[in-house]
Design a protein around this ligand. Sequence first.
Ligand SMILES: NC(=O)C1=CN([C@@H]2O[C@H](COP(=O)(O)OP(=O)(O)OC[C@H]3O[C@@H](n4cnc5c(N)ncnc54)[C@H](OP(=O)(O)O)[C@@H]3O)[C@@H](O)[C@H]2O)C=CC1
Ligand SMILES: O=CCCC(=O)O
Length: 283
Amino acid sequence: MGSPMAQNLIKAGCDVTVWNRTKSKCDPFISLGAKYRSSPEEVAANCDVTFAMLADPESAIDVACGKNGVLSGMGPGKGYVDISTVDGATSKMINGHIKATGALFLEAPVSGSKKPAEDGQLIFLTAAGDRSLYDSVAPLLNILGKSRFYLGEVGNGAAMKLVVNMIMGSMMASFSEGLLLSKKVGLDPNVLVEVVAQGAISAPMYSVKGPSMVKSHYPTAFPLKHQQKDLRLALGLAESVSQSTPIAAAANELYKVAKAYGLSDEDFSAVIEALKAKSDDSA
Ligand SMILES: NC(=O)C1=CN([C@@H]2O[C@H](COP(=O)(O)OP(=O)(O)OC[C@H]3O[C@@H](n4cnc5c(N)ncnc54)[C@H](OP(=O)(O)O)[C@@H]3O)[C@@H](O)[C@H]2O)C=CC1
Ligand SMILES: O=CCCC(=O)O
């Protein structure tokens, strides 16, 4: 996700500096004119605003607060925008450390996957205690996304993102059950995809991913391991307020099974494979 976003900023004429743990992934951007720095600290020290797009809470904390991390390069007049999908506690912790340097922090997870990222059509779910950074990076968010919601206190953006992805993970698990059931009772799952697309439960996700799921193809847009991470974090959020989420809990178990089958880096629609395996077990 970080790659298409960086590319869009470069194409828009922004002065971009990049860093990634696996350096080779920076090479295409260096060819496009971006500068390269050898650590998150160096990036932060040399830029007014630093964007981060990282896998999970652990990597977000490590890159922000670890050795040669963003914190060491932060200070007054600078801003840090974390786009990674993390939990509210992680976001608040990073916010606290960034603010202590005199810099500003914006939590800005996104809805929308690889294609919307390439097309600059992401939906930003932003939240920060300090609105001035939100206002100053608005032109950059407008390059990367088609809409943005300012949600107030840090933690609200993470919570919104987790609720959205909790729904998405359950929807995909349910759709997978429907595809397999239709096939088992002698229906054509391709026709099911068409029927669903015409009615009240239509969703771009079903129309885009359904045809390839029928062919057992799962080209990765949103890695399954990240969907399971988001369900796990959403269940933690629900528990923190004693909200019952039995559907999401069941979906999470299915994604865990899919991970155990080695599907972590496939698209999250590969969760259907876990159901196929379960059906085979009980046959
Ligand atoms: N894909 C999608 O459709 C969407 C994803 N998201 C969220 O965005 C984030 C990124 O997703 P995506 O780009 O798909 O994921 P990827 O797994 O493709 O990329 C993860 C990035 O995190 C880096 N990383 C992982 N662990 C560490 C670490 N310990 N230290 C430093 N860097 C690390 C990786 O570096 P390296 O290249 O070295 O492995 C890579 O740059 C996730 O939080 C995901 O939930 C949000 C919206 C949509
Ligand atoms: O976090 C990933 C979301 C993927 C999407 O919104 O299509």
